[in-house]
Design a protein around this ligand. Structure first.
Ligand SMILES: *[C@@H]1O[C@H](CO)[C@@H](O)[C@H](O)[C@H]1NC(C)=O
Ligand SMILES: *[C@@H]1O[C@H](CO)[C@@H](O)[C@H](O)[C@H]1NC(C)=O
Length: 395
């Protein structure tokens, strides 16, 4: 995809260069006039920047850790420093780790095998620091520090003056994860400190005001290999079925919409619930009654040592489908998607569910990577809607 875009830009450049060399009267006289007035260089520079402002799209691979974490590389600063971050539709802030922070969470637990790539603000000539503090908490832990601005690139696209958090304090949970930061792809209303999310700043450059997520699967022990693609500004016609069904969002905070029903085995629920699509959540968060139903339908047992519901791995392909009803259509998630081989002992595989207690507000379900592996998600900002289509996998 990235290669394709380079070709497009080059082609546009070529065409305008060609039209320049055509000696039509108006062009040559304009050129002569500009040269006479010593404005020709400025004119060329202007043309150049008009060309780089061409509408565009870009994409980048997801790095797949055990089908459980899907990360991406972005760069910050001048010269560019690469960090590996969560591309998270369940939050709306970008933050990275300050090179000056030397806690174990900031450096990574040496035993985890995931050394952190921290951001050195003083090594970037384009970094502008701010006195404003920032702090954010997630389901898994929190981080805090100060804000700053710099150039960032994602999927080959560049954003100047992106505001983001430089974390000086990090929850210890991050020490064990292959994560150098988080890039929130949620709506501005969800952003802490009213920081404009990168995706919003990217919109003016894009062909279409949307992005598409395809998550691949490895099934057995992937450790950072390519495992999917995120496409900014276009749908993904290579990895996703072209038949996309959209539903309107019920809130422009998370990517929230209505789940009309759910069934598994003999269990069926037809009451509408609020659900969010969250690439930053590995599994499916569901009401406790649903967890019980899935446990019953699959014959899963609670494993006290890991605190997970597990089934024998040999049943991974043969358990009943989960069926989600969204916008009146059924979406089946096969057991090969919702049962995960985490390398547990005794040939046990995990049900990728966790229980959620509805608090009277917010979503009562979270459709994380388990769901998104089966269905590409099109996050359509321009039309405030979300689309789903079957994801393609090589096996
Ligand atoms: C992602 O960035 C890390 C850290 O700089 C690097 O080791 C890795 O090779 C990069 N992966 C890809 C696919 O670019
Ligand atoms: C950050 O970069 C500066 C300038 O290149 C360098 O002097 C400093 O040692 C770096 N700091 C860290 C913590 O790596």
């Amino acid at each position: 995809m990235k290669y394709l875009i380079l070709v497009t830009v080059a082609l546009v450049g070529f065409i305008s260069a060609a039209s320049f060399s055509v000696p039509t009267r108006s062009v040559s006289s304009l050129r002569a006039k500009l040269i006479r007035e010593n404005k020709y260089q400025d004119f060329l520079a202007q043309q150049q920047s008009a060309r780089t402002l061409q509408l565009n799209s870009g994409s980048q691979p997801f790095l797949d850790y055990f089908d459980d974490f899907y990360l991406g590389n972005i760069t910050l600063g001048t010269p560019a420093q690469t960090v590996t971050i969560v591309l998270d539709t369940g939050s709306s802030n970008l933050w990275v780790i300050d090179a000056a922070c030397n806690s174990e969470a900031c450096n990574g637990d040496p035993k985890s095998g995931f050394p952190k790539h921290k951001f050195n603000t003083t090594a970037s000539s384009t970094f502008v620091t701010e006195s404003r503090k920032f702090s954010i908490s997630y389901g898994s832990g929190s981080c805090s520090g100060h804000l700053g601005k710099d150039t960032i690139t994602m999927g080959g696209l560049t954003i100047s003056n992106q505001e983001f958090g430089v974390a000086e304090t990090l929850a210890s949970v991050f020490a064990e994860q292959p994560v150098d930061g988080i890039l929130g792809l949620g709506w501005p209303a969800l952003a802490e400190d009213k920081v404009i999310p990168p995706m919003q700043n990217l919109l003016p450059q894009l062909d279409s005001p949307l992005f598409t997520v395809w998550l691949d699967r490895k099934i057995h022990g992937s450790d950072g290999g390519n495992g999917g693609l995120i496409t900014y500004g276009a749908t993904d016609t290579i990895n996703c079925d072209s038949d996309i069904s959209y539903v309107p969002l019920t809130s422009k905070t998370y990517w929230e919409f209505a789940l009309d029903g759910f069934s598994v085995g003999s269990y069926s629920e037809t009451k509408t619930a609020k659900v969010i699509s969250d690439t930053g959540t590995s599994w499916i968060g569901a009401p406790h009654a649903v967890i019980s139903a899935v446990v019953k339908a699959t014959g899963a047992k609670f494993d006290w040592s890991t605190e997970l519901y597990t089934v024998d791995c040999s049943t991974m392909q043969t358990q009943p489908d989960l069926v989600f009803t969204i916008g009146g259509k059924p979406y089946n998630v096969k057991s090969v998607e919702y049962i995960l081989d985490l390398g547990l002992s005794k040939n046990k595989c995990a049900l990728t569910f966790f229980g959620m207690t509805y608090m009277g507000f917010g979503p009562s379900w979270i459709l994380g990577d388990t769901f998104i592996r089966q269905y590409c998600n099109v996050y359509d900002i321009g039309n405030a809607r979300i689309g789903f289509s079957q994801a393609k996998h090589s096996f």
